[in-house]
Design a protein around this ligand. Structure first.
Ligand code: KG4
Ligand code: ZN
Length: 334
């Protein structure tokens, strides 16, 4: 089964053709990041307008690269939640138009389920059940994936998402949006023991996360140093901050693995590209004899191939939508 998939939940307009949930026939991404950089973050109205301009050429390219016409695909999938509402609506409405014109079935896909499904593209042998740490710009979840469409949230962030925590701290340290990527790169050269930072925990909810206190600690540290006229080694601060975030992510992930008794650990989302996170979870998995899976870097951030992967399993489960499908800014993954 060949699915044409569309993604427009944030600042990437993407289209892909995926066969049987596992084989990518094409994947095209138009990123708006350079434009949002000017404002230090994603500007929702600009995002919607750019999706509007990009959605047709990106879809045409995806079909062309797959060597197919619209009439040759078997279904059309689209990210319908969660995300920026004006951005989601562009993809949802365009997908509905394609379905109306072609008579193909419409498959609505949850964005975080897609991030998890990026792993099915990279690791053909991976099948549920498994535990997944989903870390993106907007979400941080520990999810028990019992089956492809049967998921249960075990823990989540109470405030900032991991990607947001990286981006906000990076911004305070003078890096342009989205600073998480550059902070990770520069942190490789720093001393992660140079600064002692808090490791926030959530009382009574051992699998939940809280990153806002950690971010505030770094902002205060920078502010105080500036007032005293002291020089701070930013590379060391980046390394120490990255370590503190990854310590929190690893600690709760290990607890969730122990609690569920799972032998397979998976990571997903933009922050799953983080070098330290990948090394640390690989190392703990080796020690505990767990299988560890992470997406290829090109499938960590937003893309439509992952939407096509999850859509295949949604379709198998009978999850299709009518042409009255609406977008939702928020929706639970389960
Ligand atoms: O999943 P994603 O592409 O978009 C959302 O669905 O939110 O995630 C984007 C986030 C951004 O916050 C970005 O800074 C972060 O992923 N990110 C990273 C790295 N690469 C991307 N954060 C830390 N280290 C990285 N290497
Ligand atoms: Zn995403």
């Amino acid at each position: 089964m060949r699915i044409l998939a569309l993604e427009s939940s944030c600042d990437e307009t993407a289209a892909a053709v995926v066969e049987d949930g596992r084989k990518v026939l094409s994947s095209v991404i138009a990123s708006q990041v350079e434009e949002h950089k000017l404002y230090g973050g994603v500007v929702p109205e600009i995002a919607s307008r750019r999706h509007c301009e990009a959605v047709v050429p990106v879809t045409e390219q995806a079909l062309e690269q797959a060597g197919m016409t619209l009439s040759e695909v078997d279904a059309i999938a689209v990210t319908y939640a969660p995300g920026l509402i004006g951005a989601l609506l562009v993809g949802v409405n365009f997908a509905k138009g394609l379905c109306m014109a072609s008579g193909k079935p419409l498959i609505p896909v949850h964005h975080l389920r897609s991030h998890i499904a990026a792993n099915y593209l990279t690791s053909p042998e991976l099948t549920p059940s498994f535990l997944c740490l989903v870390v993106s710009g907007g979400h941080t979840h520990l999810v028990e994936v019992r089956d492809y469409t049967d998921l249960r949230v075990l823990g989540q962030t109470r405030d900032d998402a991991a990607g947001e925590a990286f981006d906000k701290a990076a911004r305070a340290m003078g890096l342009p949006y989205p600073g998480g990527i550059e902070l990770d790169r520069r942190a490789e050269q720093g001393n992660e023991k140079a600064f002692r930072l808090p490791h926030p925990r959530v009382d009574g909810a051992p699998l939940d996360f809280s990153f806002s206190g950690l971010k505030t600690a770094v902002i205060n540290l920078l502010h105080n140093a500036k007032q005293r006229g002291e020089e701070i080694n930013l590379t060391d601060l980046m390394a120490s901050y990255r370590k503190a975030v990854v310590d929190c992510l690893e600690e709760n992930t290990v607890k969730a693995m122990e609690q569920t008794g799972s032998q397979k650990l998976v990571i997903a989302g933009g922050v799953s590209a983080n070098r330290l996170l990948r090394r640390r979870l690989q190392s703990v998995s080796d020690k505990r004899h767990w299988q560890f899976y992470c997406p290829e870097i090109r499938y960590c951030g937003d893309n439509a191939a992952m939407v096509g992967a999850q859509a295949y399993y949604e379709y198998q489960a009978g999850h299709t939508a009518g042409l009255d499908l609406n977008a939702k800014p928020e929706l639970s993954i389960s």
